[in-house]
Design a protein around this ligand. Structure first.
Ligand SMILES: Nc1ncnc2c1ncn2[C@@H]1O[C@H](COP(=O)(O)OP(=O)(O)OP(=O)(O)O)[C@@H](O)[C@H]1O
Ligand SMILES: [Mg+2]
Length: 234
């Protein structure tokens, strides 16, 4: 068990805003959101460090592809871990890292890593795809977050985020209503299913680099701004 005093000092010293992206459910868009939210914050001239906390190594693999590409549009203010970090490595983040934002991408069904990240985070986003089954399975993640938050020194702000919205359907609206039973605030921004997001991932780019004028890029820019507002609110 981590000492609460240590955690308090950690939070005071640590000027980085740490954001966890978690949902025990697989494939809801966690890694896509971690990466492109990071890119949106980097576009606003912030330094961003993205920690791959998923043993599958989705974002570490993306970073390897990125390292090989030489596009002049490559944003250098975003750094991604070369390999997935273990929960122990995440908890060792005791020195204030020199980044404005640290985003942690948790894997599915990875309770230990998710709990560790919540101890050090200021904000947690739970992406939810607009399917009744997915909404219900977010409960396990919420319980984990509550458990992790009890061990942390400061209160983690938790928000649901509609992910993989299917354009032209009412599913996201219905999901919003269904999410009310989870008793957590839902971000206004919704991330839609967009082909540019899949294509950009293959090229080792963020969607903001790959298709800067796309609707997908617009949604992530809006997400970045909303996240900053949420962090500022007391
Ligand atoms: N908004 C989106 N539009 C289109 N495709 C998406 C979107 N979000 C995610 N995807 C695609 O869905 C798949 C799963 O996405 P992603 O890897 O981001 O989910 P995840 O929650 O991180 O998965 P895991 O639980 O395995 O870590 C990927 O192929 C990704 O490209
Ligand atoms: Mg992932």
């Amino acid at each position: 068990m981590l000492d609460r005093k240590f955690l308090l000092v950690y939070h005071i010293l640590n000027m980085s805003q740490i954001i966890t992206i978690a949902n025990q459910k697989g494939g809801v868009g966690k890694s896509t959101i971690a990466l492109n939210l990071g890119a949106a914050l980097a576009r606003d001239k912030h330094s961003v460090f993205v920690i791959d906390a998923d043993p599958q190594g989705t974002l570490s693999m993306w970073a390897k592809v990125r390292a090989r590409q030489t596009s002049p549009k490559k944003d250098t203010s975003i750094t991604i871990t070369e390999k997935p970090w273990s929960p122990e490595e995440i908890l060792k983040l005791t020195q204030p890292p020199d980044y404005d934002f640290i985003i942690i991408d948790c894997g599915p069904a990875n309770n230990k890593a998710t709990k560790a990240t919540l101890v050090v985070s200021k904000l947690a986003l739970i992406p939810i795809s607009p399917s009744p089954l997915d909404i219900n399975s977010a409960r396990a993640t919420i319980e984990l977050i509550q458990e992790g938050a009890k061990r942390g020194a400061t209160k983690v702000k938790v928000f649901l985020l509609i992910s993989k919205r299917i354009v032209g359907t009412n599913l996201a609206k219905e999901a919003r209503q269904a999410c009310q039973m989870l008793k957590l605030p839902i971000l206004k921004t919704e991330i839609s299913q967009r082909i540019a997001l899949c294509e950009s991932a293959i090229t080792g780019q963020s969607v903001l680099e790959y298709a800067p004028n796309s609707l997908a890029a617009e949604e992530f820019i809006a997400l970045g701004k909303e996240v900053k507002r949420c962090l500022k609110q007391s």
